[in-house]
Design a protein around this ligand. Structure first.
Ligand code: NCD
Ligand code: ZN
Ligand code: ZN
Ligand code: ZN
Length: 375
């Protein structure tokens, strides 16, 4: 086995050791990763995912911190509901979890209190899964006024809504984070806003980096999510901004059961926690981004943008010599499927160490009791 050690001082990961020609395993140590966009489905959607299954999937995928979205049933738009969700995660989570508060027109008065408990505010400007959508500029203004200035606002914004979000960031002189950016025009606009010095940041998802609408005939509703899959030119634009405009790779892990996905009212959303690292490592092996950049996109930038606490004695080991075909066997997510099934990837999460405790060994999740905490 070869062991590579990644450090901030090491410009490229370096492989060390030698075990003979028959061993293709090549372990590289990286910091614990952070996924800023995960749907845990608690409360109300526990048949899709619960805290235990979702955080097991996170650890198996190399994420030691996840940020949980508020579009639950009921949604996390009041202090009582947010604290109940945090309490449950405090009892059950295997990795560290931080919670978004949801913006809702009927509960703007709750935002100052929510602001002291949540990691960030989530505003849904466009239609997607769940009941949360803010309509009208007046409500947007009220949310921006009420949310503490030192805490980020993340927005589900598609197309022209991104221009509105940039306008609000400029007018209020505060930072705004754009979720799952997927179109060439969107990433171009965000690049322009950054060049003007505005405090905007953004994430892209693996499914928008590795799939296009050409995959839809094959995937059917399993390829349906918001934003929808785009064209190759959009995917190319996201990759061309991967070293510059893109701040984070986030999964938008949005599990729904196969029964739900094959129903007539199929909900949008795909799981992603357990496939993101193999896909991104494949891109590293193919020379589409450096290992250093992967660490920025999946660990350093998420932690900086959302002010996440440090996790001492926490790291992961990935095996970039491990080539395999993604399958739904052995997934930890309750939904039990992946839109990437059948894709050949290079790179697997081998070991995860959280605060000195080995929680994933040879790809297997070990803990049965809580090992995470709520931040
Ligand atoms: C998400 C979900 O299922 O909660 N679905 C999706 O298609 N992305 C909601 C969202 O993130 O927009
Ligand atoms: Zn070996
Ligand atoms: Zn969204
Ligand atoms: Zn989402």
């Amino acid at each position: 086995m070869m062991l590579g050690v990644w450090t901030a001082q090491t410009p490229q990961y370096q492989s060390q050791g030698d075990e003979g020609a028959d061993c293709v395993s090549e372990l590289t140590r990286l910091p614990g990763l952070a996924d800023v966009h995960v749907h845990l489905r608690v409360p109300g959607g526990e048949h899709k995912e619960d805290v235990r299954s979702g955080t097991a999937a996170a650890l198996a995928g190399g994420f030691t911190t996840i940020l949980a979205m508020p579009n639950t049933h009921p949604p996390l738009v009041t202090l009582a509901r947010l604290q109940a969700a945090q309490l449950q995660a405090q009892r059950e989570s295997l990795c560290d979890v931080a919670y978004y508060a949801g913006a809702s027109a009927n509960h703007v008065d709750e935002l100052p209190a929510l602001g002291s408990c949540a990691v960030a505010l989530k505003i849904y400007m466009d239609q997607t899964y769940g009941p949360l959508r803010i309509e009208g500029l007046a409500t947007l203004l009220a949310c921006f006024r009420a949310w503490p200035k030192d805490k980020p606002i993340a927005i589900h914004a598609e197309g022209p809504s991104i221009a509105v979000g940039i306008g609000l960031a400029a007018a209020f002189g505060r930072s705004v984070h754009f979720c799952h950016v997927s179109r060439r025009s969107e990433i171009t606009l965000i690049a322009h806003a950054k060049h003007q010095g505005l405090a905007v940041t953004c994430e892209v998802t693996p499914h928008h980096l590795f799939l296009t609408e050409a995959d839809l005939p094959r995937l059917g509703t399993l390829g349906d999510m918001r934003p929808t899959l785009a064209q190759q030119a959009d995917v190319d634009a996201l990759w061309s901004h991967i070293d510059t405009t893109v701040d984070c790779v986030a999964t938008d892990h949005a599990p729904h059961t196969l029964v739900e996905k094959s129903s007539t009212a199929s909900p949008p959303g795909v799981p992603g926690l357990e496939t993101a690292v193999p896909l991104m490592l494949t891109a590293v092996v193919e020379g589409r981004l450096s290992m250093d950049r992967l660490v920025e996109l999946m660990a350093a930038n998420p932690r900086r943008i959302f002010g996440l606490p440090n996790q001492p004695h926490t790291w992961i080991e990935v095996d970039v010599g491990d080539t395999f075909v993604i399958s739904q066997e052995g997934l930890h997510t309750k939904c039990g499927w992946s839109p990437f099934t059948g894709m050949r990837v290079r790179g697997r999460v081998h070991t995860v160490c959280l605060r000195g405790e080995t929680v994933v060994r040879d790809g297997a999740v070990i803990p049965t009791a809580r090992t995470g905490s709520v931040c």
